[in-house]
Ligand binder design. Structure first.
Ligand code: SF4
Length: 356
């Protein structure tokens, strides 16, 4: 019989599971404390559980859902890219990003992706499957264990392989586990879900009282319908006009600005005209958005090219002139985390490959 993984349960489900076994309710709190607060690597370390309970857990549940295959560390800024193998042999990636005041992890939510953005490597083989909640949570736990508690990971971005909102239920549960006081207890403001702009799912998330309120990033990448449709086929059904209408009408709190991600591709969406169009698209809603400019990172099998640094800076300057908050995510170790879908690129310049 296939073993269950307790990291697929939110706190309420964990409590119910504990009760169904005839154990007292506080056992759920103890188990959650060992898994998420102490971040132990085996049931034997859960010393305040009775031996019987530990044996039951060992026999009936699996501990880690992922196994480390390899990791690559950036020479430039210390980012670490991890490759994991799931129980069924599929591999996924996550990235640890050390920053001056905090550490971030970028997690994957699917093996492959069905969305089909043309600038993205992940989507080349289509969608293979959704990740389970435990597989999302284990990316956080195993990376935290790897980098040590002195490098606490406080920020999570759902920007790795896959469209998070296409794996709605498992991602929702992962966010519940991340923000629950009895579990990972991360701040909602430090979690960002990045979507390609599936309108029905964005609306669903905002209307769902059980989906903890976290930050939203949207992969925009073009300021006109024709260009967006060319690089993001999903835009045929989720049009740019509808996307902006939806984003402009979402409940807005100043501290929760929506991040508009814009991968700059030479000759496709990086002209001065594109920058002015983007500013016009944002219009009077400047306070609602931040723009994140990401120079395209070429990979094999693509004709797209990276624009030169000067035109990237010019693009930013035009947005600034409209008083739009715009940042550039330069290509160094750090940018692998943001380039949703490029994480699968086999060889990254400036990385040392270390096989385990
Ligand atoms: S960019 Fe993100 S949503 Fe688009 S194909 Fe890649 S993984 Fe999927």
């Amino acid at each position: 019989m296939e073993k269950i993984n307790l990291k697929n349960f939110n706190y309420k489900e964990l409590e119910n599971w504990v009760k169904e076994r005839g154990w007292q309710k506080f056992r759920a709190k103890q188990i959650a404390k060992w898994l998420y607060n102490k971040k132990v690597s085996s049931y034997d370390q859960m010393t305040d559980l009775s031996k019987d309970i530990r044996n039951y857990l060992k026999e009936n549940t699996e501990f880690d859902s992922l196994e480390l295959v390899s990791f690559e560390k950036s020479n430039l800024d210390g980012s670490i890219k991890f490759l994991w193998r799931a129980k069924d042999g599929n591999t996924i990636e996550s990235v640890f990003i050390p920053e001056r005041e905090h550490n971030t992890i970028c997690v994957s939510t699917q093996v492959g992706c069905a969305v089909g953005c043309k600038f993205c490597y992940t989507t080349k083989d289509g969608l293979i499957r959704n990740l389970e909640t435990a597989e999302i949570i284990d990316q956080y736990l195993l990376v935290q264990r790897f980098v040590g508690n002195e490098n606490r990971i406080s920020n999570v971005v759902f920007m790795g392989m896959g469209e998070p909102l296409a794996n709605y239920d498992n991602v929702k549960k992962a966010v519940q586990i991340m923000t629950d006081k009895n579990m990972l207890d991360l701040s909602n403001r430090k979690i960002t879900i990045s979507s390609s702009g599936i309108l029905a799912q964005i609306n669903r998330m905002y209307e769902d009282p059980e989906f903890p309120q976290v930050r939203l990033a949207v992969s925009l990448n073009a300021a006109d319908q024709k260009t967006r449709e060319y690089i993001m086929p999903i835009s045929k059904t989720n049009t740019l006009e509808d996307l902006m209408k939806t984003l402009n009408s979402l409940p807005f709190k100043t501290g929760y600005r929506i991040m508009l991600e814009y991968v700059l591709i030479k000759g496709v969406n990086d002209s001065e005209k594109d920058a002015h169009n983007l500013a016009r698209l944002i219009g009077k809603n400047k306070k609602r958005y931040k723009v994140n400019l990401i120079p395209f990172n070429p990979f094999e099998e693509t004709d797209f090219q990276r624009p030169d640094d000067k035109s990237v800076e010019k693009f930013q300057k035009i947005l600034w002139d409209y008083n739009i908050s715009a940042f550039i995510r330069w290509s160094k170790g750090r940018d692998i985390s943001a380039a949703c879908g490029q994480l699968r690129k086999k060889e990254l310049n400036n990385f040392i490959k270390i096989k385990t």
